[in-house]
Design a protein around this ligand. Structure first.
Ligand code: F6P
Length: 326
């Protein structure tokens, strides 16, 4: 059983819709279980600068529907150094915080893993990123909302693409993961997705052309995942202009619009369940795990398993897209 009395909560890395729902859930579940809660501002930076405030139930009222994060977020360089982490630990001691809930993506959970290795403090991670690139959870907080934002944009672009009979390359986020691009392509009825996971296997543009895309259609939409590996949408547009000048090509980069907006029902429920489960985990004496949901069940995933490129893209999805885009 746990001896934890006060938990600290922070959001870190790229914000994701649903982070506020998670902050609300962690705060209220903690208070419900008799724990004190402290909100740490600007991610790990707040642990270094001491920007910390006690949270009562009212502090998280009326935020479940809001995008972004009321705790603000940052990518903190100082926390990446041993000196920075020492200051962070001293702050935790001073504030009487004896467990930490970190809501963030790959980089943020890597920070939590290193911190937990160096100091004796239970850290619980919640997967908060639009990229969906954390292993051990079916989806991450923010991914569903971002996917729906992509659909909204692609549906609109299709109107103009069809009218002008053009080929559009639409770049979506995902850092080095193709989940947004691939599922965005399936859901929007796009002709293809170019994703980093397959960039070393085949020349994805040649495959597209070889498979006769646009033969029977008057417009085409190709979703490209941002990534150094794919080269992004501009790279493919330039190639088509040079190698297949018969196509009238345009590019749209959706950018940070994908990170904003009110979270979908899926993301609110996911964040609420994960947030409540993080307090159960702390009370059970769990430490240094990410909470995920797999097959509708709460699971505890060791940080080392959750982070960095462990989550595979299903080949089946690639096939579905290929078959349905003929
Ligand atoms: O990790 C979330 C994410 O939105 C990625 O998809 C993207 O590559 C990155 O953050 C952008 O980061 P920033 O907002 O710092 O430009």
């Amino acid at each position: 059983m746990s001896t934890v009395k006060c938990i600290g909560i922070l959001t870190s890395g790229g914000d994701a819709p649903g982070m506020n729902a998670a902050i609300r859930a962690v705060t209220r579940a903690a208070i419900y279980n008799g724990l004190q809660v402290k909100g740490i501002y600007r991610g790990y930076k707040g642990l270094i600068t001491g920007e910390i405030q006690e949270f009562k139930s009212q502090n998280v009222s009326n935020i479940i529907q809001l995008g972004g994060t009321i705790l603000k977020t940052a990518r903190c360089q100082e926390f990446m150094t041993p000196e920075g982490r020492k200051i962070a630990y001293d702050t935790l001691i001073k504030e009487g915080i004896d467990a930490l809930v970190v809501i963030g993506g790959d980089g943020s959970l890597t920070g939590a893993r290193i911190f937990a290795q160096e100091y004796d403090i239970p850290c619980i991670g919640l997967p908060g990123t639009i990229d969906n690139d954390l292993f051990g959870t079916d989806t991450t907080i923010g991914y569903d909302t971002a996917l729906n934002t992509i659909l909204d944009a692609v549906d609109k672009i299709r109107d103009t693409a069809t009218s002008h009979e053009r080929l559009f390359f639409i770049e979506v986020m995902g850092r080095d993961a193709g989940f947004l691009a691939l599922n965005g392509a399936i859901a929007s009825g796009a002709e293809a997705a170019i994703i980093p996971e397959f960039s070393t296997e085949v020349d994805q543009l040649e495959e597209l052309i070889k498979n006769g895309f646009r033969k029977s259609k008057n417009s085409s939409i190709v979703i490209v995942a941002e990534s150094e590996l794919t080269g992004g949408a501009m790279h493919y547009a330039d190639r088509v202009k040079n190698e297949y000048p018969q196509y009238d090509v345009r590019v749209t980069i959706l950018g940070h619009v994908q990170r904003g907006g009110s979270p979908t029902a899926h993301d609110r429920i996911l964040a609420s369940r994960l947030g409540a489960a993080s307090i159960d985990a702390i009370l059970e004496g769990q430490r240094n795990v990410m909470i995920g949901i797999e097959n509708d069940e709460i699971v505890y995933v060791p940080f080392t398993k959750a982070i960095k490129n462990n989550k595979p893209i299903k080949k089946e999805l690639v096939n579905v897209l290929r078959i349905l885009s003929i």
